[in-house]
Design a protein around this ligand. Structure first.
Ligand code: 4AD
Ligand code: MG
Length: 431
């Protein structure tokens, strides 16, 4: 007997296989029963015809409860009507464990209830599809950077310094010393780029932000590439190449999942490099023309502003050259204009907001020292970072892509809480 996963069934058409599975759903009549089987690799319908199986097998199919676990034996058949394209004509069911009163039924549930049951909600078809897309984005990320000469480097999670401002830090104790959970691996990635040229990281980052929006998590995962001898424009080119590579990989490898999620793929098919660029100055003018009187030059954009700008494009758009005073200390000023920096945020289409923040970094020691002082940072804490500018300092650039916002955009899921297995939100540390 062939033991197969659901994803492998297309290899075994007309063959008899044994599959370990859970019962996601069922319906039956007097003569036929349909079991919606899931095993993690996929979903398939099992068909049990009363007249073709032993009476006890049909009775098991009729009485089995949602989320009970089974070994099912059956013959794989092509089925044009199912999205998967195959079904299993069941000949035998071995019950492994009977599940009782599974809380998440096929009917509608409220968000808080589903979040309380996140450990079970993950089993649903929609959540399964989102996690598969997330996995594909991670896989394509590693592929893209490895194929383009980047080395994966892992920055620390426990740190003594704060790259993205000191207000949103999770503080903890490192024995006697004060320590913080990493907000970004960037400063370490800059050191790594001076050793390995082109590097990228992928890891968890933490922000004690009191924001309760559909775009904010307290713990989120970031991909942070950093490149020596790479200047502002080249940095944007890497970003548009990378983001389009990821979108095209998902389109190619996650058709079933995008279909399950009801994603309009025609919108994703348009995501190819190059992406449009608009300066902060022009964005302000554009917003004023659109009737946003609440924003002035020097203010940071809120999500309504980002959404209004993104709506004019069907690709992600770079907003470049933000005012120096609203950006972190390490960003390289525009050589022609001191009041703006060589940075860009990449804004996703369809209202998903900023998915990338990046910039060229200051490589001049004196200027960086000045900035550390202006931002009232402790030079002792940043000593090692400043030292990078002492030994063969070079122009370098990098960026950080927020994985969950990217997953939300590509899957078309409204809120980032569904894009990470166990979201940490303002009011939620469980499950
Ligand atoms: O724009 P941010 O703060 O940039 C940095 O941390 C840089 N040091 C990255 C770098 O240049 N290496 O964050 C980068 C991205 C944002 O564009 C957004 O996608 C995501 O991280 N992000 C969040 N995602 C979910 N929840 C939050 N609270 C987020 N904060 C930032
Ligand atoms: Mg940002």
């Amino acid at each position: 007997m062939i033991k197969a996963t659901i994803a492998e069934l297309p290899k075994y058409v007309d063959k008899e296989v044994k599959v370990g599975a859970w019962i996601a759903n069922k319906r039956s009549s007097g003569k036929i029963a349909f079991l919606q089987l899931r095993d993690g690799s996929g979903f398939v319908q099992g068909v049990i015809v009363k007249s073709d199986v032993a009476e006890e097998v049909f009775q098991t199919a009729k009485s089995i409860t949602q989320e009970s676990s089974v070994y099912v034996t059956g013959t794989v058949q092509k089925d044009e009507r199912s999205p998967f394209g195959y079904e299993l004509l069941v000949t035998n069911i071995e019950l492994i464990h009977t599940s009782t009163d599974y809380p998440i039924t096929p009917k509608e549930h409220g968000t808080e209830f589903l979040m309380d049951n996140r450990h079970l909600w993950l089993r649903s078809k929609r959540q399964h599809a989102v996690m598969k897309v997330r996995n594909e984005i991670i896989r394509a990320t590693y592929e893209f950077f490895n194929e383009n000469g980047f080395v994966k480097v892992d920055p620390p999670i426990l740190t003594g310094s704060a790259p993205e401002g000191t207000t949103e830090l999770f503080a903890t104790k490192y024995f006697e010393e004060d320590a913080y959970l990493s907000q970004s691996g960037q400063l370490y990635m800059e050191a790594a780029a001076m050793a390995l040229g082109k590097v990228f990281s992928f890891g968890p980052t933490f922000r004690a932000e009191k924001s309760k929006t559909r775009r904010h998590l307290i713990e989120f995962w970031m991909i942070e590439p950093e490149m020596a001898f790479v200047e502002f424009d080249e940095n944007l080119e890497v970003q548009e190449q990378y983001v389009s590579y990821v979108v095209q990989s998902v389109l190619k490898n996650c058709q079933l999942e995008l279909n399950t999620l009801g994603r309009d793929v025609s919108k994703l098919e348009k995501i190819t490099a190059p992406f449009p660029r608009i300066s902060y100055d022009d964005a302000i003018t554009f917003l004023h023309e659109k009737g946003f009187d609440d924003i002035e030059w020097g203010d940071d954009f809120g999500s309504p502003h980002e959404t209004a700008i993104a709506e004019s494009f069907d690709k992600p758009v770079f907003i470049t050259h933000y005012p120096t005073k609203i950006k972190p200390f390490y960003m390289q000023p525009d050589p022609e204009r001191e009041d703006v920096v060589l940075c860009a945020d990449l804004i996703a289409p369809e209202g998903y907001g900023e998915i990338i923040g990046g910039s060229e970094r200051i490589h001049d020691m004196d200027l960086l020292n000045k900035r550390v002082e202006e931002h009232q940072l402790d030079p002792e804490t940043y000593k090692w970072y400043l030292e990078l500018r002492e030994y063969g300092s070079v122009p370098h650039s990098g960026f950080g892509l927020g994985l969950e916002r990217t997953v939300a955009w590509i899957t078309g899921v409204e809120h980032v809480r569904e894009t990470i297995p166990f979201p940490r939100l303002l009011n939620r540390l469980y499950p």
